[in-house]
Structures are given as C-alpha cells and as structure tokens.
Design a protein around this ligand. Structure first.
Ligand SMILES: O=C(O)C(=O)C[C@]1(C(=O)O)C=C[C@@H](O)C=C1
Length: 364
C-alpha cells in the first residue's frame, strides 16, 4: 500500500469514529436537557432551580480519569469531558460567572478551567465587586484567588467572607507562569508593572536581573500591567501568556517565577450549598476569646476525630482590636458524621463561627 492509501484507510476510520462520537455527544446533551426538565418538575413553586451541580461534575471528571487507559493522558481526557459538560450545562442554563478581571488575568483562566468555555465570564474590578455581583444575583457564581504557594494568602478574599452570606462551592488550582513582557525588544526598561502578588513571586529574579533604579510598580492586575507595557515607552510587565496575547507583547524572559511549582488556588463562590462528592473539603471561619488555650480549644476536636486540616489562616477581627479570626480548611463534607460532630462542638465553644462551605476537592 502507498502512503496515500494507508492514510486514506486510517482517515476513513477516523471519520466513522467521529460520526459515532458526535452522535453520542448529542445523546448525552439530550440527557442533560431531560435532567433539566426533571429538576424543574420537582422544584417547589417559585423556587429558583439550581442546574449547576459541582459535586456531580467532580464525580463525572474523577470517573473519566479513573477509567482512562490512554493513549490520551488522564488530564487531557478530563479536559475534553470538562468542555462537553460545560456545553451540556449551557443547554440547561447559560451561567453568568463573575471573576476578578480584567480580561487576561489568571483568575479568568481559572474560571475557564473550572467551568469550561460555555459560560459567560464577566471581569470585575475588585474582589468586593465579584462578591457583590454574586450576592445581588447578577452573576450565578464568582471566581476569586485565595492563596498562592509562594506569596501566601489573598487577604481581601478572606476578609470578604466576614460580612457575606455566600458559600464556597468549589476550588481550582492553577500553575502560574510569569513572563517579562515588553512592547518591543530594543527599548531600555525603566519600570516594571505587575500585581503586588506577582512582583512578590518574582522578587529574586527581579533582584538578580534589574538594578534598584528600575522601579517596580504594583497595579490592580497583571492584565492592567500588560496594558500599560503596551502603551508606555520604557515599561515592562510581569504577566501570563493570556495577557501577553491580549496586548500583543513580546516575551523577553519566560517563566521568571522564583519557584517552579508556583501555584495559585481560587475559590468558586455561589448562593447555594453543595452536596457531597465523596472527596470534599470544608472551609469555616471561627473566632474565640483571646485567652490562653483558645486556639487549642478550636483545633482539639479535629485532632480527636482524626480529621486532616489543609490550611489555617489568621486574620484580625474587624469587630475588636487584637481579636483574631481563624480561617480553617479541612478534609471532609459537613454532612459527614465526623465533620458534623466537629462543627457542633465548635458552635458550642466559639464566640463566632461560620460555615463557609463544603465543596469538591479540585479535580483538574
Ligand atoms: O447531573 C446533572 O445534574 C446535570 O445537570 C448533568 C451535568 C452533565 O452534563 O453531566 C450538567 C450540569 C451539571 O452541573 C452536572 C452534570
């Protein structure tokens, strides 16, 4: 057989498989439409039907990864299903998602990683605006950064939960690669723009590669930094690929983050609580009297029940000087017996306590 004949034979196979895949995807989409009808049928009069089910999506993606035998990798296969499910959900209800913008930020990338491409993403100016959009119902869900493996906590996000009734219904993690971006290669760089967190994530690289006379200027977002680098002579930006593409910048140095495993975790916030997926996390905020042993009192129930803490963060309590709020993340769902018993104990002993949400552990 000639090359052309061999290729023709294989391509016929691909055409036939594509036809079957396409038919199956449409059958799946039809099922999702039927699911939507069932959800509507059983809703109480006047109840707002919740079409998006994060726990079910996490289960679907985990199953895809578990049964995958290749040659496509587990994550690549899950990303394909992520998109199929995104399109299926859009048939049930087109979701509005508010994210910390503007366009080109890592938070936008996180939103797409979590929801797929079939949602309407709207960039917001601040974390407070993301919370407001979701609380007012203008957006179904919001995406905000909460911590970075190099620079630590995003305090605005944690503080926003203090007087909000929104729930955490998901998390996404994103490997963050920063690049030094310029409008053209042949200019003298006199200042570098970026978000304060990103300047921190590239501190050592900046120290080694630029003299102190090159100003480091913190701006609202990496995308705003890229916009300035595109507009101003002598300016460079530290930002990601999406911002570089959006503002047509040249990458002078790639991957300049100090730590190669630099990762940011984002939260999905919404107005509904999320059911158990089988591999979940719970986030709470709790404060106790400022006296010896008060943190121990809060943590003891976790130790006694053998429940693993994944993070603990302390923030000043806005209602009293030198009082503190602990933000605690741990494994398990608030419907699990062991977790429910811990939460009951905390409600009894703590001065203030709020369940921020139980949600599926990040799959992708
Ligand atoms: O199972 C559901 O509740 C569905 O609506 C179906 C489906 C899917 O396509 O698998 C779509 C959207 C939901 O967020 C979860 C899953």
């Amino acid at each position: 057989m000639s090359e052309a004949q061999e290729l023709d034979k294989l391509r016929q196979q691909i055409d036939s498989l594509d036809k079957q895949i396409q038919e199956l995807i449409n059958q799946r989409a039809q099922c999702a439409q039927d699911v939507a009808e069932v959800k509507q049928k059983y809703a109480s009069p006047g109840e707002k039907v919740v079409f998006y089910r994060p726990e079910r999506e996490a289960q679907v993606l985990r199953k895809v990864m578990e049964r995958n035998r290749g040659p496509l990798g587990d994550e690549s296969m899950a990303r394909l299903f992520r998109e199929i499910m995104s399109q299926c959900l859009a048939l049930e209800e087109p979701l509005q998602v508010a994210y910390l913008g503007p366009e080109g930020t890592f938070t936008q990338q996180a939103a797409v990683k979590h929801f797929g491409h079939a949602v309407n993403c709207e960039g917001q100016v601040s974390i407070a605006d993301v919370f407001r959009e979701v609380a007012s119902g203008a957006a179904n869900y919001g995406v905000v950064p909460v911590e970075n493996s190099t620079e630590g906590v995003v305090t605005h996000t944690l503080d926003s939960f203090y007087d909000s009734n929104l729930h955490i219904c998901g998390e996404v993690t994103l490997r963050i690669h920063h690049h030094l971006l310029v409008k053209s290669e042949d200019q003298q760089i006199t200042r570098v723009y970026s978000h304060a967190q990103s300047l921190g994530q590239c501190r050592r690289w900046l120290d080694q590669n630029f003299p102190a006379s090159v100003e480091r200027i913190a701006v609202n977002s990496n995308a705003e930094a890229a916009r300035r680098a595109a507009a101003e002579e002598g300016a460079a930006a530290i930002a990601g690929e999406a911002a570089a593409e959006l503002y047509e910048l040249v990458t002078l140095h790639a991957n300049i983050e100090d730590r190669p495993d630099n990762t940011t975790r984002f939260l999905i916030i919404g107005r509904q609580e999320t059911g158990a997926s089988g591999a979940d996390k719970t986030s709470i905020m709790v404060s106790n009297r400022n006296k010896p042993g008060s943190l121990y009192q809060v943590l003891a129930p976790f130790h006694e029940a053998g429940v693993n803490l994944t993070r603990i963060e302390t923030r000043p309590d806005p209602s009293g000087t030198w009082n503190y709020i602990f933000f605690i993340d741990f494994e398990g769902h608030c419907e699990d017996d062991a977790v429910a018993a811990i939460l009951k104990k905390l409600r009894e002993i703590a001065v203030d306590y709020k369940l921020l949400g139980s949600y599926p552990r990040a799959v992708l």
